[in-house]
Design a protein around this ligand. Structure first.
Ligand code: GLU
Length: 289
């Protein structure tokens, strides 16, 4: 039996809160229970929003909670060359195109009446990219690139779907899920400001780090459809997934980095012990161990 490898992959854009601590616990607990490996990865490709001080605080909180990790911490901002190779592999298959649209362009075209472009199309995160730049001619593309117009790189989801064929992934509580390659449309593969994206780096890292079980919030489930597609296109194994529920406050709003009172630091300052904080997270999640 292959040894279990899980990971917790926070973005250092704020302090650890009860919801993210629960997420960390799921990965840590599953690994420890199985005598496997628990990895921590810092997802800091967003250089404007990620801060070293948050990384330090998150790691200190994980240690305080008793969620010790194995091996070195992987920091995504130090591995752009790895993402570049995967990007090249997708590009070599003709699945990537440059997109010069601004957010405002996308909002405007996504709201256009049916038939004008392709919209309005909505995905779990709002308007899907209507594909405007997909149909630029090679000459138009070249001209804009040579003129130095800002652009990101997008996956041509339709082509990618045709190339990949059917795929599926196993979610531990939901069972096998058929991949829907078009669910999030032509996702960004490399952002304007950084040579990778969330989707690309997660898929590359889970592969390079040998992650066998991805434990993360169910808010990311739609992205798993994209990740399965990329794994197939890049000839990577697809790990198992355990998408867990998100913790919410009394009003049903999920805990977020902005809720100061829900941070682990605030709970430490109130004098709670690590055991009490973990017990609270598990009680909120309805988990009995
Ligand atoms: N960096 C992502 C987050 O903080 C992690 C999502 C994932 O585990 O793939 O939400």
């Amino acid at each position: 039996m292959m040894s279990l490898v899980t990971r917790f992959a926070p973005s250092p854009t704020g302090e650890l809160h009860l919801g993210s601590a629960y997420s960390a616990w799921t990965g840590w607990h599953r690994a420890r229970e199985a005598g496997g490996t628990f990895l921590v990865r810092i997802e800091d490709i967003d250089i404007r929003r990620c801060k070293r001080q948050f990384e330090t605080a998150i790691l200190a909180d994980l240690q305080w909670l008793g969620f010790g990790w194995d091996g070195e911490i992987r920091r995504q901002s130090e591995h752009f060359a790895d993402y570049g190779k995967a990007l090249d592999a997708l590009d070599a298959q003709g699945l990537i195109y440059p997109c010069f649209c601004s957010r405002a362009d996308i909002a405007a075209s996504a709201g256009a009446p049916h038939g004008t472009i392709q919209g309005p199309l909505h995905g779990p995160d709002g308007p899907l990219y209507p594909g405007t730049c997909r149909s630029l001619s090679p000459a138009e593309r070249r001209e804009r690139l040579v003129a130095g117009h800002e652009h990101c790189l997008r996956l041509d989801a339709g082509r990618a779907a045709a190339q990949a064929g059917p795929y599926r992934f196993l979610d531990e509580s939901r069972g096998w899920i058929e991949g829907d390659p078009l669910l999030l449309g032509d996702v960004v593969i490399a952002r304007k400001d950084t040579p990778t994206s969330y989707h690309l780096s997660v898929v590359v890292d889970d592969h390079l780090q040998g992650v066998t079980l991805v434990t993360r919030g169910e808010d990311v489930l739609p992205s798993t459809h994209v990740h399965g597609l990329l794994q197939k296109l890049l000839s990577y194994e697809t790990p198992r997934y355990a998408h867990h529920r998100l913790l919410t406050d009394a009003a049903g709003r999920r805990f977020a980095k902005r809720d100061r009172a829900m941070t682990i630091r605030a709970m430490r300052e109130q004098g709670l012990s690590p055991e009490q904080v973990v017990a609270r997270a598990l009680a909120e999640a309805g988990v009995v161990v």
